[in-house]
Write a protein that binds this ligand. Sequence first.
Ligand code: ZN
Length: 369
Amino acid sequence: MMPEEMKNINGPTEEISNAEHDDKKVDIHEISCSNCGAPLSYIEGEAVITCEYCGTTTMLAGFDNIVTVESHYLLPPKVGRDEAIGIASSWLEKGFYRSKNLPRRVSWKKTEAKVLPYWIVRCTGSTRWSGMQKRTRTIGEGKKKKSETYWEPVQGRIKEEYTWPVYAREDDSEFWGIRNLEPGKQCVFPDWGKFILRFGGSKKARNINLLKDKKDFSIDELKKLNMQEHIINGQIVQERAERSARDRIIELHHDKAESKATRITDCDTTVDVQGVDLVYVPVWELEYGYKNKIYHILVDASRQEVLSGEAPVSKWAKATIFDIVFLLIAAIFAAIGGASDGAAWPWIGAGIFGGSAIAYSIWTGTMKE
Ligand SMILES: [Zn+2]
């Protein structure tokens, strides 16, 4: 079954596709494909246009400057809709934070295939930083012993190779999760509900090589899974993508440097660009409903894994965290009780916190998930 036909069954109540309800006037332009001559229509603002018939990509780089993008790749899609849901389902039950039962309790809403344009900037980012680190030391002997803080100059280098993805469109809110594959961006979003002790569960995107399984762009590869109609044209030209990658790497390295010292006084990053390629990444954008909420998952249709996703935290993960925190506090009270002679309050404290941990576990057991 085609994804398009599926998308409105049990449609989510809160999100209605913008495109269909947008009465804004859009200017549609047309050029012909420089390779096969087929008409290519595009919307005002789009600048990277791929021919649905032969796969040639044309870039409109300013007035009268039309170029064919030579370095032009595809990550061949390997999964259709049902397999994408399968990949998302096994992700939903994986790990400490998610519930094994989750896949059976969710309802799949919107499922859409997209072939998204990314500029991949191959580059090396090197940073030299220096700063000051706050440290403490103990001075003096015996009764005069005290600790004092002092500052120490520190410095270091960061050097990393990147195949940095720059999404080739202006508006990354058109589709969910598009920017989340940038290295260092949050890509896993746990939903804690009203629970306050939120320890862990989120994840940042790794620095992965999106060019690893690339092939020359081929429209036939897309046709195998009926994805050729879902190619999204780009709006951002190569030059701008390169600049954007530089800026983002400088930002990332600055953040990294900041985590290494109390205060950064100097941070200098150079980005060496070796090349820029256009890669089309086929994805499945999935939406599921659970307890009256809508969650999103983005599945890489080529590498067959979840790129980014949202998921509710399981009740047992919450109970475990709650119990660990409360039992620790109870243990501290008990230790104080053991050390003091006969005071009752530490034991009362230990009882309250220990009892709360037990009560929370029992309550969790009776709670529906
Ligand atoms: Zn063509």
